[in-house]
Design a protein around this ligand. Structure first.
Ligand code: NZQ
Ligand code: ZN
Length: 400
C-alpha cells in the first residue's frame, strides 16, 4: 500500500431526522452564525425556515447569505466572506449541495483574512496561500454527490480567468457534518443522477490511474460503486423511497473521506471536467458522465484488466464478467445513458465546445512539465493532444 495521512476530525450525525442535531452542533461552536445557501431551493423546500427556527431555540444570532451558484464563483465567495466579517460571525453553517459547502469553506478563510479566495486555489506554476485561520464550519448536505461535508477540499471557479481549481487546507475541515437523507428527497432527477456519477468517479479515479492491485482500497471502491449503481436505480424507480437516498448520501461521504487511502494516484476525470465546467458552467456530474467513457476509451491500452474489473463489478457484481474492454466500455456508456446521465448537450452549449480553450484551462490549472510539453497525470501522462482527443471522444457519444 502507499503511505498516507488520515485526518478526519469531523463529528458526523447521520440519519433521517438528524437535521435537528444542528442545535447541538451550533451550541458547541458559537453564538453568531452565517447560514450559507444556494439559489433558493432550500428556502422553497422549507429547510432554511427549519434551520432558522432550530437556531432561534438555541438563541443563536443568524444571518443568511443567499446566492451561491452551482460551480461557486470566487467573487461571490469574497462577498459572503465580507458579510461574515461584518456581522462578526463565529461560525458558518452550509445548507446545500457541494457548491454551498465549498463556498462556505472559502468564505470561512476570507472572513478571517480579508484576502481574495482565489489566492488559496492551486494553479500550476503559482504559489498558493495557506490559510492561517478560518471560521468553524457546520455542513448540512442536501444532495448526495461531493462528500464535501467530510473533507477539507473546496472547488472554486474564477469567472474572469475561466479556471476552476481547488483549495486543500486542513483549516477548513468541517467541525460537524449533519447528514440527513430526508433533505435529499427533493433533489431533481438530473442532479440526483449527476450526483451518482460523481460518487462513482470519486471512487474510480485512483483505481483507474493505477495498473496494480491495492486490496483494501480496491475492494472498498468496488463495494461503493456497486452500492451507487443499485441505489440510483432504486431511487429513480421509486423517488419517494428514502432508503436508496440514504445509501447514496452515505456512499457520497464515504467516497470522499479518504477511506480508500493507501492507493495514491491521479484524478484526470476531475481535472478534465473542471476545465469544461469552468467555461460552460454545466453540472459537475454531467461533465463527468461525458468524460468517463471517453477517458476509458483513451486509456484502455494501459490498464484494460482494471477497466474490465471495475465495469464488471459495477454493472454485474462480477469483476470477471468482461474480457473485452470495448464491450465493457460500451455497456458502461449504455448504462449511463439509461439512467439519464448522458443528456442532450444543447442546453450547456457543449455541442460546439471550444476544445482548445478547455484544454488550455485544464493545462493552466493542473498541468505539469516543460513549456510546450505540458501534461496532466493519469495512468500515463496526458498531453494537450491527448486531452483534445478525449474531449472529441466525449462529444461523439451515442446520446448526442
Ligand atoms: O442552488 P440551489 O437552489 O441550492 O439548488 C441546487 C443546485 O441548483 C440544487 N439542490 C441542491 N440540493 C437540493 C437541490 N434542489 C432541490 N432539493 C435539494 N435538496 O442542486 C443543484 C446543484 O447543486 P450543487 O451544490 O452545485 O451540486 P453538487 O453537490 O454536485 O456540487 C457541485 C460542485 O462541487 C464541486 C464541483 O466541481 C461543483 O463546483 N466538487 C466539490 C468536491 C469537494 N469539495 O470535495 C469534489 C467534487 O469532485 C466536485 O468537484
Ligand atoms: Zn467530483
Amino acid at each position: 500500500m502507499d503511505s498516507f495521512k488520515f485526518y478526519l476530525p469531523v463529528t458526523i450525525f447521520f440519519g433521517e431526522g438528524e437535521f435537528a442535531r444542528v442545535k447541538k452542533a451550533a451550541r458547541d461552536t458559537g453564538k453568531r452564525a452565517l447560514i450559507v445557501i444556494g439559489q433558493g431551493s432550500v428556502k422553497k423546500q422549507g429547510y432554511l425556515g427549519r434551520l432558522e427556527k432550530l437556531l432561534d431555540e438555541e438563541k443563536i444570532y443568524h444571518e443568511v447569505f443567499e446566492g451561491i451558484e452551482p460551480n461557486p464563483r470566487s467573487t461571490t465567495i469574497n462577498k459572503a466572506g465580507e458579510q461574515a466579517r461584518k456581522m462578526n460571525a463565529d461560525m458558518v453553517i452550509a445548507l446545500g449541495g457541494g457548491s454551498v459547502m465549498d463556498a462556505s469553506k472559502g468564505l470561512a478563510i476570507v472572513a478571517k483574512s480579508c484576502d481574495d479566495i482565489w489566492d488559496y486555489c492551486g494553479v500550476s506554476g503559482r504559489k498558493t496561500k495557506k490559510a492561517l485561520d478560518a471560521l468553524p464550519i457546520i455542513c448540512i448536505p442536501t444532495l448526495a454527490a461531493t462528500g464535501s461535508e467530510v473533507n477539507y477540499g473546496a472547488v472554486i471557479t474564477n469567472p474572469d480567468k475561466k479556471l476552476k481549481s481547488a483549495i486543500h487546507d486542513e483549516k477548513v475541515m468541517p467541525k460537524y457534518a449533519i447528514i440527513d437523507p430526508a433533505l435529499t428527497m427533493t433533489v431533481p432527477t438530473d442532479y440526483l443522477v449527476d450526483g451518482a456519477v460523481d460518487i462513482i468517479c470519486h471512487c474510480v479515479e485512483t483505481y483507474l490511474s493505477n495498473k496494480e492491485d491495492f486490496l483494501v482500497p480496491d475492494y472498498l471502491t468496488l463495494a461503493l460503486i456497486r452500492t451507487v449503481k443499485i441505489s440510483i436505480e432504486k431511487a429513480l424507480e421509486n423517488p419517494k423511497d428514502i432508503s436508496p437516498r440514504g445509501d447514496l448520501l452515505w456512499a457520497s461521504s464515504m467516497a470522499m473521506m479518504r477511506l480508500t487511502s493507501g492507493r495514491n494516484g491521479a484524478w484526470p476525470l476531475h481535472e478534465i471536467e473542471h476545465g469544461i465546467s469552468a467555461i460552460y458552467d454545466i453540472s459537475h456530474g454531467f461533465g463527468l458522465a461525458l468524460v468517463l467513457p471517453a477517458t476509458l476509451k483513451f486509456n484502455k491500452q494501459h490498464n484494460p484488466e482494471r477497466i474490465n474489473k471495475m465495469i464488471g463489478f459495477l454493472l454485474h457484481e462480477n469483476s470477471g464478467f468482461y474480457n473485452n474492454v470495448d464491450k465493457a466500455i460500451n455497456d458502461l456508456t449504455s448504462w449511463l445513458n439509461k439512467i439519464g446521465a448522458l443528456r442532450d448537450l444543447k442546453k450547456g452549449g457543449l455541442k460546439n465546445m471550444d476544445i482548445d480553450l478547455i484544454t488550455n484551462s485544464i493545462i493552466n490549472t493542473y498541468g505539469d512539465g516543460e513549456k510546450g510539453q505540458e501534461f496532466i497525470y493519469g495512468v500515463a501522462p496526458m498531453y494537450k493532444d491527448d486531452i483534445k482527443t478525449i474531449l472529441r471522444l466525449a462529444l461523439e457519444q451515442k446520446a448526442f
